[in-house]
Design a protein around this ligand. Structure first.
Ligand code: DGJ
Length: 512
């Protein structure tokens, strides 16, 4: 129904998800702005839009906060949301809205003051020592109910106001989960934890008894995961009833030192995808925020169990200019979006070490230097061939890669292989990354930076293969616009510091 009405939708065919905007496949070449930017339309006009204009984005990820949407109980103010939509329309961009409701990075900083102040009704979680934590409990039915009601109003307003369907997706909450202990030890938490696990959880997991009896050492984490998934389902389904846009949740990933509570326990980490999919069915996908160095390892985890890949937060560093090729080329991502997008072209120092420390993000992830310049070049090349990427994504004809501290990689196609060697890159140039698209037998598109490629016969092919021609160029609306022919001194598959693209014809010789 959505597809017909032109409402953005996720369609699934043969296990492959496609994001549709106005009924057509759409890949998100995005960026997420800083948390506070979208709280002020003037700031957006003066400090955000002008800075991102040259980055070749088609979509901006922007927060919408509960405290600004419902400053007093049942009084709603949609001025900011409307303004953001109008600004995006003027910029000819799409939006993904991030609903900062009950939880933002595990804590409840964006709830309205009247919710924050009423700690009896909207009770908070406690740690094992009885210390009150700055986060409302997912077991707090009153809090979840108010968030769900506000979210429903937001979605109803989008349905009526956003006539051009500028908003593609909505993220429900932000990096949910409890920080500071392994579970909620508040009174409500203690009671629920001691009780028998709910029927549906027993049916899902095939065990019974109290949480501890059923799950032993894993009990606290599963208890919290179930609680957050259930609360999210209540919020998401209320919104979806009003306006059925695709909804997703994002994850603060499990990472060193790997104890539940040092990463937000209960959030949609990869180990608990099955549980999230079961108990939050109104959520269309679980999205990783990838600040960790091994980009592809995370993508691998988040493409399991039929989960479509969307990366709402990627490193705001030069790495993104390389990782984006792997996201679209290898993992068939629906979208990619570095965080702090309005700062990418600045030599500004990364946020305070203390802030990054608290968020468990390594400083290198925030090295903005020249990150915008390179990302813009990668996005320009990929954006020109978006239709081809869409057509071939998740097929053996399209393969992507990014340097994850390996010397290179090997790509297998039906009739030949390519050996990829990453080139050494200095501190001021991105690591190697790229993609290869097989358009027809012996005709390939190469695109990327800081790597060298060599064509090889397939493993068991006794013949040989040579390069017939290399033509550099770009794609515009999926049509190849040729540039120089590189069959002299430049006759090599070598991609330098700046992202570039070429078409390559091969000649294969059978043995003998
Ligand atoms: C992840 C969060 O989701 C973002 O809102 C932001 O806090 C970044 N971390 C770090 O600045």
């Amino acid at each position: 129904m959505n597809e017909e009405a032109g409402i953005p939708a996720l369609s699934f065919h043969n296990g492959k998800a496609t994001l549709l905007s106005a009924g057509k496949p759409f890949l998100i070449f995005g960026g997420e702005c800083h948390n506070s930017s979208s709280s002020d339309l003037d700031y957006m006009r003066d400090e955000v839009w002008p800075r991102i204009r040259r980055l070749n984005l088609n979509t901006l990820f922007v927060p919408v906060t509960w405290e600004q949407l419902e400053p007093e109980p049942d009084r709603f103010d949609f001025a900011l949301v409307e303004g953001l939509i109008r600004q995006a329309e003027d910029e000819r961009m799409k939006l993904v809205l991030l609903w900062f409701g009950l939880w933002k990075n595990g804590i409840s900083t964006y709830v309205p003051a009247w919710v924050k102040a009423d700690t009896r009704t909207y009770f908070r979680m406690q740690d094992r020592h009885g210390r009150v934590l700055p986060a409302i409990s997912p077991l707090c039915g009153a809090g979840v109910g108010r968030d769900a009601a506000a979210f429903a109003r937001l979605m109803a307003h989008l349905r009526d106001y956003d006539s051009r369907r500028t908003v593609l997706l909505v993220q429900v909450e932000n990096e949910m989960g409890l920080l500071g202990d392994c579970r909620d030890f508040s009174e409500a938490g203690e009671t629920a934890y001691a009780a028998a696990i709910p029927q549906e959880m027993a049916a899902f997991s095939g065990v019974a008894g109290s949480w501890h009896e059923a799950f032993g050492v894993e009990a606290p984490e599963l208890f919290m995961t179930y609680a957050y998934a259930q609360a999210t389902e209540r919020i998401a389904s209320s919104g979806k009833r009003e306006y059925p846009l695709p909804l997703y949740v994002n994850a603060w990933l499990e990472q060193f030192p790997w104890t539940p509570g040092s990463y937000p326990v209960g959030g949609p980490i990869a180990r608990h995808m099955a549980l999230w999919q079961e108990f939050a069915p109104s959520i269309s996908l679980l999205a990783p925020d990838i600040y960790l160095p091994d980009f592809e390892a995370v993508c691998r985890e988040y493409t399991k169990r039929g989960n479509p890949l969307l990366i709402p937060e990627a490193r705001p560093s030069m790495d993104s200019a390389s990782n984006v090729f792997s996201a679209f080329g290898r993992f068939g991502a629906l979208g990619f979006s570095p965080f702090a997008i309005e700062k990418l072209n600045e030599e500004s120092p990364p946020p305070d070490d203390a802030v990054l420390g608290q968020l468990n993000i390594m400083a290198e992830a925030f090295r903005h230097y020249r990150a915008g310049e390179y990302l813009a070049e990668s996005y320009a090349l990929l954006g020109g061939m978006a239709g081809l990427l869409e057509e071939y994504r998740l097929t053996p004809h399209l393969q992507g890669f990014t340097n994850s501290n390996m010397p290179g990689t090997l790509l297998h196609f039906a009739d030949c292989d390519f050996r990829i060697d990453y080139l050494p890159h200095g501190k001021h140039s991105p690591k190697g990354g790229g993609l290869v698209l097989e358009l027809e037998p012996d005709l390939f598109v190469f695109c990327g930076l800081n790597f060298r490629a060599q064509a090889l016969p397939g493993f068991d092919d006794p013949g040989t293969v040579e390069i017939l021609s290399i033509t550099e160029g770009v794609y515009q609306n999926d049509v190849f616009v040729p540039g120089r022919r590189l069959n002299g001194d430049e006759f090599q598959l070598r991609f330098g510091e700046h992202p570039s693209l070429c078409q390559v014809r091969l000649l294969r010789h059978p043995r003998g």
